[in-house]
Design a protein around this ligand. Structure first.
Ligand code: ADP
Ligand code: MG
Length: 209
């Protein structure tokens, strides 16, 4: 089984829809420990992505991801714009020329995107950011791949691990981003960026089942 180019487009639409449905919730999370714009930022970005997708729908997956990344950089703003933008641009580099993805290709894409987020934001696991959701998600994905899992199982395990990583941000004290200005008061709140990153992995699992 592989993930077709059309399935990749379906995932991006599903991610945009989930961000749209949860924009108020993401903004609420960001109001608690930030400036209350994460839902609006991500929704603006993914709606812009939706308008750009028809223009690249006949291109390779790498070109599609690079277009998504560039759109996000130019429309999302804040901390998450460059971070999500870099993630997708690096995913695009990792999938250049591909018209479909194997599980190995998807693992390589997520790894490249993750490395891009770390390179750009310099956050470590435990800093209470999107990295805390993506780190266990990527680890689970690689573990599944190494055990020879099929794509649906691997993606479900990755989504579950990403969710646990998201929930594990609740007790953490933020050391990166705006939430870090709150110091100890940032504890007992779920990180908004970790939550949008969970949606990314969740919608992939739901779309490619
Ligand atoms: P801003 O903080 O500029 O208002 P957003 O509200 O859109 O931007 O995004 C906030 C999210 O960005 C945080 O919840 C966190 O997950 C993520 N974030 C902030 N700084 C970093 C960083 N240096 N590395 C990784 N993620 C970060
Ligand atoms: Mg914010």
């Amino acid at each position: 089984m592989t993930i077709s180019r059309d399935a990749v487009l379906d995932w991006l639409k599903a991610f945009a829809a989930t961000i749209n449905e949860n924009a108020a919730y993401l903004t609420q999370l960001d109001s608690d420990i930030g400036d209350g714009d994460h839902g609006a930022n991500m929704n603006r970005g993914m709606q812009a992505v939706l308008t750009a997708l028809p223009g690249v729908a006949d291109k390779d997956v790498g070109s599609i991801f690079k277009t998504v990344g560039m759109k996000l950089v130019s429309t999302v703003g804040g901390a998450s714009g460059p971070l999500y933008g870099t993630m997708f641009m690096q995913m695009g580099n990792a999938t250049a020329g591909k018209m479909e993805l194997t599980l190995d290709d998807w693992v390589a894409a997520v790894q490249a995107g993750y490395d891009g987020v770390i390179m750009r934001g310099k956050a470590q696991p435990g800093d209470k950011t999107m990295v805390d959701a993506l780190t266990p998600g990527l680890a689970a994905l690689k573990g599944q791949r190494d055990n020879g899992a099929a794509i649906p199982e691997a993606l479900n395990a990755a989504a579950a691990a990403t969710r646990q990583g998201m929930e594990a941000t609740i007790p953490l004290v933020a050391r990166k981003g705006r939430a870090s200005y709150l110091g100890e008061r940032s504890a007992n709140h779920q990180d908004p960026g970790a939550t949008s990153s969970y949606y990314l992995m969740k919608t992939a699992a739901e779309t490619w089942k």
